[in-house]
Design a protein around this ligand. Structure first.
Ligand code: S3P
Length: 175
C-alpha cells in the first residue's frame, strides 16, 4: 500500500494535528503541509472569513477540490487536515490515514489551557457553540475510526511521544 508515501492526519478540531505534524517533521524526512493553510492562501482569506462570507458548503467544496490535487500531485508528505476534511471522497487514496484521537473533554481542556486559547477558539467557527461541537464530535468520531489505518490516542501525551508512536506504526505502510 504505497499511497504516494503520504501520511494524512485526521481528527477533531484542536486535537493537536498541527503540533504533532511540526514534531514529526523534526524527526523524519517528511515535509508537512496543512489543508487549512493551503485553502487560506489559495483564497487569500482566513477560514473564518470564508465561512462568514460564503458559508460552510463553499469551504467543503474547496476541501474537495484540494483533495483531488493532493491525490494527483503530492508525494512523501505529511498532510495535516482540518477536522472535517476526512469527508472528501478520495481520503484513503491520498495517504496512510492516521487518526489523532482523544475524548471531547480532553480536547477542549487542551485548547483552553493553551496560552493562545482565545485565538484558537475564535478562528474555529464550529467551536463557537460547545454543545453543538460535542454533537459534531459524537457524529464524527465513529467515522474517523472507520477511516483510520492507524489510530493514535494523543490524550495527555507530548507531541514527541505521539511522534515516536506514529513513526513506528507508519513504517508498516510507508516505504
Ligand atoms: C473544521 C476544522 C478546522 C477548519 C474549519 C472546519 C471542521 O480545522 O478546517 O474550521 O469541520 O472540523 P482544525 O481541525 O485544524 O481546527
Amino acid at each position: 500500500m504505497s499511497k504516494n508515501n503520504n501520511i494524512i492526519f485526521i481528527g477533531f478540531m484542536g486535537v493537536g494535528k498541527g503540533s504533532v505534524a511540526r514534531e514529526v517533521i523534526k524527526h523524519s524526512e517528511y515535509i508537512a503541509i496543512d489543508t487549512d493553510d493551503l485553502i487560506e492562501s489559495m483564497e487569500n482569506r482566513k477560514i473564518k472569513k470564508i465561512f462568514q462570507e460564503d458559508g460552510e458548503s463553499y469551504f467543503r467544496e474547496l476541501e474537495n477540490n484540494l483533495s483531488i490535487w493532493l491525490e494527483k500531485s503530492v508525494k512523501n508528505t505529511l498532510i495535516s487536515t482540518g477536522g472535517g476534511f476526512y469527508k472528501v471522497k478520495n481520503l484513503k487514496k491520498i495517504g496512510t490515514v492516521v487518526l489523532l484521537d482523544s475524548p471531547f473533554e480532553s480536547i477542549i481542556k487542551r485548547i483552553k489551557e493553551h496560552p493562545n486559547a482565545a485565538k484558537k477558539l475564535k478562528k474555529r467557527p464550529l467551536l463557537s457553540d460547545l454543545e453543538k461541537a460535542k454533537e459534531l464530535y459524537d457524529i464524527r468520531r465513529p467515522e474517523y475510526l472507520e477511516l483510520a489505518d492507524i489510530i493514535v490516542d494523543v490524550t495527555d501525551k507530548s507531541a514527541s511521544d505521539c511522534t515516536k508512536e506514529i513513526l513506528k506504526k507508519v513504517k508498516k505502510y510507508v516505504k
